[in-house]
Design a protein around this ligand. Structure first.
Ligand code: F6R
Length: 604
């Protein structure tokens, strides 16, 4: 949530540079934005709306080439999205941008009001600015002042700070919100995300909680909590710049769906050349007799798909929980339990908090993460990286696919090491895995069919996704994809559960999208679909060659190839993503940046 970027170095057209970098961060929040640039004095320019609005405003303002600046794109937490609540916030001699939430800001604000401060905005961030300005009245050393500030703040923050009079340096600190320094030639950058620096450098340093950064044109100083200078390793970005571009596609989401065959191929090459690679590349699962999977949103939906697979093949009980619930409840585990955390960004606040709780109890943890070096990846005992590359569209597609792929591999690995799957059986599945990318491509090539289905769906206000077993888990993601990007109200239901209440909502024309991937359960699902049809539902089906019956009722359908049951989910997700995309496109929605959302949910 919120993207921040700072620059210090040789003079340049900073207005342009900051806007370009902010655009790379826009997926983190996009309800308002702003910049502060040093130009004889500090100039702060902010605007409600997307970065384009700020860009328009900046065209009318004359700013000289500059050597120091900070910028922010906001996902509102405190106060509505307007110019005043936008960042940067400048109080006295302190100008800063903030990503996070300050939980004790009301108390701090009241204390500062008593000391004579006035506030213009409703934000917690302006309070930080005022507090630091107040601390600076006594404490002249900027590093010590930031350290004193951190001792008073409760909550999460990544801060980039400019102090009046100290225009050769940019300062920063973080707690529970990401920050990364980009080491460049003649200048340095600091941002909430690698995507904002990767056009300029491949060299980066990750900042940890409470570390204070003093960044100048050609020097990086990092202080620990005891105010001692520390050495941190410089790392290399392995992603290509091209991955963060649309590459000719109309939308990032469409580009990322089209990336799916290739990113799955990369996962296959890394993990499943043969049984030995699968065993070597993965943790030893043999000791575990219980697994908890903890995640948010789509990552949790991937976990649910994993539950069906691991329980069926490895015969190990799986508990899947939302991180925002898990972190605040009693959880029952022991030294034979593994807790798996799934996250594309590796920075989701609730998932990180849940991981930290589990670690306090000395339970083994494993993270399935996309972003290399993210907080979850660094803090979990073990990490399995999915190799989705940069995912920019707010609605996840390729990362979700690879999360499922990784859970399938874990299920197969566990089934094998526990003696529930023979080497022959495993070899057979691994061989079939190799052809899944081609099968996915075949579905992507059927986009005209998905468009046809979408035309049948997009005019209605409601949709229900139904399925049984693993199809129910997949329905949950299909439903989320549709609602988040097209704003059609949508719910996922286990097909057999509809008539226990929800069927009362089905009326003439209500969309019911049925998933029937398994021959075992498809007849049961079909009966439930017919019950909805009898009440006037508009039926769309996702079926395989095997479950495709000659339906004796009006329906639209897409038929996908039948593959081994354990691999079938990898194909089912593709039409779900494409249908949601086409519906949103027909409705003219802002697909890559849906309203009210942000890609990386770094506040709880
Ligand atoms: C939906 C979506 C979200 C994320 C969720 C968790 O399309 O992307 O539901 O899955 O916010 O994010 P990560 O995976 O970064 O922890």
């Amino acid at each position: 949530m919120c993207g921040i970027i700072g620059y210090v170095g040789k003079k340049c057209n900073l207005k342009e540079l900051l806007i370009k970098n902010l655009k790379a961060l826009e997926y983190r929040g996009y309800d308002s934005s702003g910049i502060a640039i040093y130009d004889d004095n500090i100039k702060v320019i902010k605007s409600q709306g997307k970065i384009e609005e700020l860009e328009k405003k900046l065209k009318t303002i004359d700013i000289k080439n500059s050597s120091l600046g900070i910028a922010h794109t906001r996902w509102a937490t405190h106060g509505i999205a307007n110019d005043i609540n936008s960042h940067p916030h400048r109080v006295g001699g302190v100008t800063l941008v903030h990503n996070g939430i300050i939980e004790n800001y009301i108390k701090l604000k009241n204390d500062l009001i008593d000391k004579g401060y006035n506030f213009l905005s409703d934000t917690d961030s302006e309070v930080i600015s005022a507090l630091l300005d107040y601390i600076k009245k006594e404490e002249k050393d900027n590093i010590k002042a930031i350290n004193k500030l951190a001792k008073q703040l409760e909550g999460s923050y990544a801060l980039e700070i400019i102090f009046d009079g100290d225009y050769d340096n940019l300062y920063a600190i973080r707690k529970d919100s990401p920050l990364v320094i980009g080491i460049c030639n003649g200048f340095n950058l600091i941002a909430s995300d690698i995507t904002a620096i990767m056009d300029y450098t491949k060299k980066y340093i990750l900042i940890d909680d409470y570390e204070i950064v003093k960044l100048s044109k050609d020097k990086v100083e990092i202080y620990n909590n005891d105010l001692k200078i520390i050495h941190k390793d410089i790392q290399e970005i392995s992603w290509n710049i091209g991955e963060a571009k649309k590459n000719g596609f109309s939308h990032f989401m469409l580009k990322e769906i089209n990336d799916e065959p290739n990113v799955l191929k990369a996962t296959i090459n890394e993990y499943i050349k043969d049984i030995n690679t699968l065993i070597e590349k993965m943790p030893d699962f043999s000791k575990y007799n219980m697994i908890h999977i903890v995640a948010c949103g789509s990552a949790m939906h991937a976990g649910l798909v994993g539950k069906y697979i691991i329980e069926q093949y490895a015969m190990v009980p799986i508990v899947v929980e939302l991180a925002s619930e898990y972190r605040y409840k009693n959880n029952f585990y022991d030294d034979k339990t593994l807790v798996i955390f799934i996250s594309q960004s590796g920075e989701t606040a609730d998932t990180i908090a849940a991981l930290r709780n589990v670690k306090k109890d000395n339970i083994d943890t494993l993270a399935i993460v996309n972003v290399v070096g993210s907080t979850l990846a660094r803090e979990a005992d073990q990490v399995l990286y999915i190799r989705a590359g940069v995912e920019i569209a707010v609605a996840t597609t390729k990362a979700y696919l690879l999360q499922i792929a990784m859970l399938i591999l874990i299920g197969l690995n566990m089934a094998y090491v526990k003696g529930n799957l023979s080497a022959d059986e495993l070899n057979k599945v691994l061989k079939e895995f190799q052809i899944i990318p081609t099968k996915i491509q075949k579905i992507i090539d059927k986009k005209e069919e998905c468009l046809k289905l979408a035309k049948n769906i997009y005019k209605m206000e409601h949709a229900f996704f139904v399925g049984r077993g693993i199809d129910y888990a997949l329905s949950m993601e299909g439903s989320l994809k549709l609602k988040e990007i097209s704003y059609i109200h949508s719910e996922a239901y286990p097909a057999g559960e509809l008539k226990h209440g929800t069927i009362s909502l089905i009326e003439e024309g209500t969309n019911v999208i049925g998933i029937m991937s398994s021959s075992d359960l498809s007849n049961k699902t079909l009966s439930n679909i017919k019950e909805a049809l009898a009440r006037g539902a508009n039926i769309t089906l996702i079926v395989t060659e095997e479950t495709d019956k000659h339906f004796d009722f009006p329906c639209q359908k897409i038929v996908i190839d039948k593959v081994n049951n354990v691999l079938q989910p990898l194909l089912i997700v593709i039409p779900l993503q494409l249908i949601a995309f086409e519906v949103a496109r027909l409705k003219g929605c802002d697909i890559d940046q849906p309203r009210n959302l942000a890609k990386s949910v770094t506040v709880e």
